[in-house]
Design a protein around this ligand. Structure first.
Ligand code: ATP
Length: 238
């Protein structure tokens, strides 16, 4: 028996003004799964994420979240259903302390049941406990990303989306982030991850969707992707 679908994106078209970016884009994520979106710069990964969150609503197709059709919903309502984004560039509040950043987000989903609280986020990222009183703008890039992930977890998300999750981080910090994501997967957190370190994603994730020019050109497991050299060479690269 397969786990139920948390997210289903079905044949969506989306874009910005006159420029269409997604053409029949589709993907599905099951409960407990870590999935990825792979593809070169400009392929449409971030636009897909924006569509899921209602930031760039699709003009065709549908998006279902836990069985509910959400593609015409405003972003705040989708977020309250349990979709949390760790955005490219992190976007933490510079003038709030680390703890205030964490608590501010938890309030967004007051009714949500789940294991995440300040204590557990501190256990996952001890650095955030040490920096609890620092302001958001006094953190290193790695600390900011830990805070962005911790802040998303505080909402007890049914789906955690991480866009360019290790971008701009040092090799050492990147490994800390991968360790964190492996731990979250082991705990059953459902996640969608975007990053350019494909080797790391292959060992982390269950399922991959390769995007090119706003279309799905390939989808499958890590084992299948390792045995698809053409896909690898043409669309995943490096
Ligand atoms: P990257 O790794 O570069 O972020 P991506 O796969 O996430 O790539 P998107 O950010 O979804 O790709 O971009 C897909 C296309 O949409 C690109 O051609 C990009 O220039 C265009 N695009 C992205 N954001 C906007 C915007 N706000 N307005 C107009 N065009 C945009």
């Amino acid at each position: 028996s397969q786990a139920r679908e948390v997210l289903r994106v079905d044949a969506i078209d989306a874009g910005y003004g006159q420029s269409q970016v997604l053409f029949g884009m589709h993907l599905a994520i099951r409960e407990g799964e870590t999935a990825t979106l792979l593809g070169r710069n400009g392929a449409g990964k971030t636009t897909t994420v924006r569509a899921i969150l209602g930031l760039t609503p699709p003009h065709k197709g549908s998006i279902h979240f836990n069985g509910r059709r959400v593609d015409a919903w405003p972003t705040d309502r989708i977020a309250r259903l349990g979709v949390a984004l760790v955005p490219e560039g992190r976007q933490i509040f510079p003038n709030l302390s680390v703890t205030e950043n964490l608590v501010a987000f938890a309030a967004n989903r007051r009714g949500a049941k789940g294991p995440w609280n300040l204590e557990r986020v501190h256990a996952l990222f001890p650095r955030l406990k040490e920096r609890a009183r620092n302001m958001g703008n006094q953190l290193s890039g790695g600390e900011q990303q830990m805070l962005a992930i911790g802040r998303a977890l505080m909402t007890n998300p049914a789906l955690l989306i991480l866009d360019e999750v290790t971008e701009g981080l040092s090799p050492l910090i990147r490994e800390e982030i991968w360790t964190c994501l492996r731990q979250l997967r082991a705990e059953g957190q459902t996640a969608l991850v975007i990053d350019k370190y494909v080797e790391r994603l292959l060992s982390l994730a269950d399922h991959h969707t390769v995007v090119e020019k706003g279309r799905v050109v390939w989808a499958g497991s890590s084992a299948q992707l390792r045995e698809a050299p053409d896909i690898w060479r043409f669309y995943v690269g490096v």
